[in-house]
Design a protein around this ligand. Structure first.
Ligand code: ADP
Ligand code: MG
Length: 244
């Protein structure tokens, strides 16, 4: 029996995920427990440890919110939206982080809106995940280039290019698997969530990378062929970090 095999397979994926989540959350919890014990002794300067405690708590929080995202994608409503605007909001949200890491976000604003049917909070999460990875790939700073363009076959193309460490061929086949990370503070969930969201939007993500040269992530989404109308427009004038 086929069915039994399928069930067993499902179970092992669920088991693998559960083990992964448990492991990922236990690490920061163990560290938090250690700090609480230290603080309880009363012999340490407590506030020295607050930033570490905060970052461990934030790590748990981001793991949980990413898992929740996977758990209930059906509550989201798909609406016509302008990808250009979602990207501009994502860039703004990351401007500070980029600046602190000496990364310049270069974005060429195309004149026309690019309409897709989607969930803006989800697409923003994807753009931010991929932009964050690009920024994190350049510990000594550099340039991230962001390009949006309409493409043939009614697709919208979103390209995020960095000059970072790159990804080896071996790693390239593993990125996007749950909890696969090469970072000390990584969750290894960003790309998995992103692939899932883009898949739900009828699109795809591709990665091209070269070690020590950089990485290009390309997202393609089906374009709405009709302009959904002026009343849906919420296209505020916009500031970006760097435009060429
Ligand atoms: P995380 O960022 O928490 O590690 P992700 O799922 O976002 O998890 O990414 C998984 C892994 O893919 C990263 O740890 C890194 O090894 C690799 N990766 C993703 N994007 C890039 C990039 N732009 N440059 C280099 N490596 C990348
Ligand atoms: Mg990431």
């Amino acid at each position: 029996y086929e069915r039994r095999i399928i069930n067993a397979e499902k179970l092992s994926i669920a088991g693998e995920l559960a083990a992964g989540i448990a492991h990922e959350i236990r690490n920061p919890l163990t560290s938090l427990k250690g700090f609480m014990q230290l603080i309880a002794t009363g012999r340490i300067q407590q506030n020295r440890y607050y930033p570490i405690i905060k970052s461990e708590l934030m790590r748990i929080e981001s793991i949980i919110s990413e898992m929740l995202m996977l758990a209930k994608p059906q509550v989201y409503e798909f609406k016509p939206l302008n990808v250009r605007q979602v990207m501009e909001e994502s860039i703004t949200s990351l401007a500070k982080q980029a600046q602190m890491q000496h990364v310049s976000l270069q974005y060429e604003r195309i004149p026309e809106p690019l309409w897709v049917l989607g969930v803006d909070s989800q697409l923003k999460q994807v753009f931010m995940n991929i932009l964050e990875n690009a920024i994190e790939a350049m510990p000594h700073g550099g340039i991230v280039r962001i390009e949006l363009a309409p493409e043939e076959k009614n697709m919208v193309r979103i390209v995020i290019h960095d000059e970072g460490d790159g990804i080896s061929e071996d790693q390239l086949s593993q990125i996007g698997q749950p909890f696969y990370t090469t970072k000390q503070k990584g969750t290894g969930l960003g790309l998995m969530v992103s692939y899932k969201i883009i898949h739900n939007h009828g699109g795809e993500i591709t990665a091209v990378s070269q070690l020590e040269t950089g990485t290009t992530m390309t997202i393609r989404l089906p374009q709405l062929d009709q302009d959904p109308g002026k009343e849906l427009l919420n296209d505020q004038p916009f500031h970006v970090v760097s435009v060429f």
